[in-house]
Design a protein around this ligand. Structure first.
Ligand SMILES: Cc1ncc(COP(=O)(O)O)c(C=O)c1O
Length: 453
């Protein structure tokens, strides 16, 4: 069940890597001995069994999927060198690979000249984007929607920039009326548009935000940590497609290869449209940059040491699966979205459930029907637990009830938020498993309803 076939290739490519260093004299490495190693690894494998099966299609809960085998192996291969992409001295090949891979990501948004690099993840990437924003608009406000990732409020605190949330509409997108009123007072430095919110995959209306920027001249940052690759998908709804088509007009963009880009954790990416922001990073370092006058990635990033292995993995993945519309990688994203639409339709057609709104990407949110929001919330938790006992792993989320306004009917609104079920169908395999997922969900619901009588 765990993909192990690709491991067969590993010894051969490790030999290939080693042959690049054949001119060195051999040396005795200080190893503990193969038996102790095996024993320790067995103990590690045993400990790792205590996990949800994130790699399996029946794991349809949080935003988690396994890295592509090529990413896993390229990462492991690079570990035999352990390059550090802080400076060319620490990671020559992998710094070049990072620059190439990041340029391919930027090209998805139509950017040829830009500044960008990999980093630890979406939080680090957004921290850098808002750090730059704060230097360009000191003391001015950062605005993001109520459904934007909580990291924006927290990062603004770290940077000591004032932060304010903007209300959301009934589909979890930034409310344009609220935003247009808010930007009229001239204290807003930056608006964060989320293209793919964490909880519901909602896509803020970028065309409308861009129109407001024309008038009010704020900086526009797009947080597409989760949604960014959907620019390649050709089965989005009209509004989402229009938003993704305009990402290139933002001032900065964050996208996480470790979410939809098939990478191991520790791989975020921040991009700036204007390469000139590089001067904000200027610093002196007497010890790291001595090998060449070429750009060291550490000169344009806040983090210092970073895994070159992450760049090797991303480079290899994009070589195997180029970031092209209609390509194999894009088809994988489209399959996840199709799976989400299929599950949404099943939930909508069933008397026992009540969905929020049609998914814009590959996340579905819904709740069991009940007499009141409190009862529906309690049922969500029970269905979540029962489904998990039958190997179907969903997630629960706490969301505002106005997302359900169109579908609640006579349900008593006795709470402002509802605990609902949430499913992220982000693996290409999910499409083949929708019926199975639905059958397990349906019998979990029956079991919970039966136990209640
Ligand atoms: C839209 C968005 N922004 C930022 C983040 C934070 O990213 P990370 O967990 O990689 O730090 C997430 C994580 O889910 C996200 O969905």
């Amino acid at each position: 069940m765990l993909e192990r076939e690709s491991l067969g290739e590993f010894a051969e490519v490790a030999r290939k890597l080693e042959s690049g260093f054949a001119s060195l004299p051999t040396f005795q490495s200080q190893l503990p001995g193969i038996e102790r190693l095996a024993e320790t690894l067995n103990a590690t494998a045993e400990r790792l069994q205590d996990n949800y099966p994130y790699f399996h299609p029946l794991y349809a809960g949080q935003m988690l999927k396994p890295p592509h085998p090529v990413a896993r192996l390229a990462y492991a291969l690079a570990m035999w060198i352990n390059p550090n992409n802080h400076a060319l001295d620490g990671g020559r090949a992998t710094s070049a690979m990072e620059k190439e891979a990041v340029a391919e990501i930027a090209a998805m948004y139509g950017w040829k000249s830009f500044l960008g690099h990999l980093c630890g993840g979406g939080t680090m990437a957004n921290l850098e984007a808002l750090w730059v924003a704060g230097q360009l608009h000191p003391k001015k406000k950062i605005l993001a929607s109520e459904q934007a990732h909580y990291t924006h409020g927290r990062i603004s605190g770290v940077l000591q920039l004032p932060f304010e949330s903007v209300a959301c509409d009934a589909r979890g997108r930034m409310d344009m009326h609220a935003l247009s009123k808010r930007v009229e007072s001239r204290d807003v430095g930056t608006v964060v548009a989320t293209l793919g919110t964490t909880a519901t995959g909602s896509v803020d209306s970028l065309p409308d935000i861009l129109a407001l920027r024309e008038k009010h001249e704020f900086r526009l940052h797009v947080d597409a940590a989760y949604g960014g690759y959907f620019v390649l998908a050709e089965n989005l709804g009209e509004e989402a497609a229009r938003a993704f088509a305009q990402i290139g007009e933002a001032d900065s963009v964050v996208i996480d290869p470790h979410k939809h880009g098939l990478q191991p954790y520790g791989c975020g990416c921040v991009l700036f449209r204007d390469p000139d922001v590089g001067k904000l990073y200027k610093h002196d370092s007497p010890y790291t940059y001595f090998s060449s006058a070429e750009l060291h990635l550490g000169e344009i990033s806040l983090e210092c040491s970073r895994p070159g292995a992450a760049a090797a993995a991303l480079w290899a993945t994009q070589r195997l699966l180029p970031l092209k519309k209609g390509g194999e990688f894009a088809r994988g994203l489209e399959r996840g979205r199709q799976a989400a639409l299929a599950l949404f339709q099943k939930v909508r057609a069933d008397e026992r459930f009540v969905p929020a709104f049609e998914p814009e990407l590959d996340i579905v949110v819904f709740a069991p029907k009940a007499a009141s929001v409190s009862e529906a919330s309690a049922l969500s938790r029970k269905v979540f637990e029962t489904a998990a006992r039958h190997n179907l792993h969903l997630a629960v989320a706490e969301l505002p009830i106005h997302f359900w306004e169109a579908n609640f009917g006579t349900m008593k609104r006795d709470r402002g938020t509802i605990t609902c079920l949430r499913s992220v169908l982000m693996k290409p395999e999910h499409l083949d498993w929708v019926d199975h997922i639905w059958n397990l969900l349906s019998s979990a619901m029956d079991e919970v309803a039966g136990a209640g009588h």
